[in-house]
Write a protein that binds this ligand. Structure first.
Ligand code: HEC
Length: 153
């Protein structure tokens, strides 16, 4: 009895994170557009961080803080905007279909970006320049961490 309860609770949770298939090609295309928009904004907010890391622009804690907040918010949208499974439609996307088979792992990689964005804000607040670059590096690591598994080249 107890075991059954545990199983049904586990099922309930896994259902909550499971994606729903897109209902039409139109909906699938809209989903692709929205999730790509998130990553366009992500890219727009890491560009200056990369430039700081390479010494092309001065390290600036206010920008690290502001962009860290934005990246945190954007990262929190990833799970929701990938909740529509578009794998059944012929859409122009860099997202690999296995995202919807390994959704928990995919979401954990999105959470890695959240953590790195929070760490970036903490580094900015510390005012310790020595911490800035490794926090920036931590953000970039999470891009590759997810793209290597879930994005087409
Ligand atoms: C949890 C996984 C994940 C993380 C973390 C992630 N990405 Fe992506 N990214 C993707 C997937 C999947 C796509 C393909 C989306 C599509 O085409 O439908 C993508 C697409 C993109 C695109 C192309 C957007 C377009 O115009 O089509 C850019 C740029 C991008 N990511 C940059 C980044 C950067 C920079 C980071 C790190 C700061 C990052 N991503 C972190 C999964 C991730």
């Amino acid at each position: 009895m107890k075991k059954m309860l545990v199983v049904s609770i586990a099922l309930l949770f896994s259902m909550a994170v499971n994606a729903a298939p897109a209902k039409s090609e139109k909906q699938a295309k809209q989903s692709v557009e929205l999730r790509q928009s998130i990553f366009k904004l992500v890219k727009s907010n890491v560009g200056v961080l990369g430039a700081m890391n390479k010494g092309r622009v001065p390290l600036n804690p206010e920008i690290l803080q502001k962009n860290g907040e934005r990246l945190e918010q954007l990262s929190l949208m990833i799970e929701d905007y990938f909740a529509t499974d578009t794998s059944g439609f012929d859409v122009d996307t860099g997202a690999l279909n296995k995202i919807w088979k390994e959704q928990a792992d995919f979401n954990s990689k999105a959470a890695d970006l959240t953590k790195a964005a929070v760490a970036l804000q903490a580094a900015a607040k510390s005012g310790d320049e020595g911490k800035y670059k490794s926090a920036i590096g931590g953000v970039f690591k999470t891009c590759k961490g997810c793209h290597d598994s879930y994005k087409a080249d």
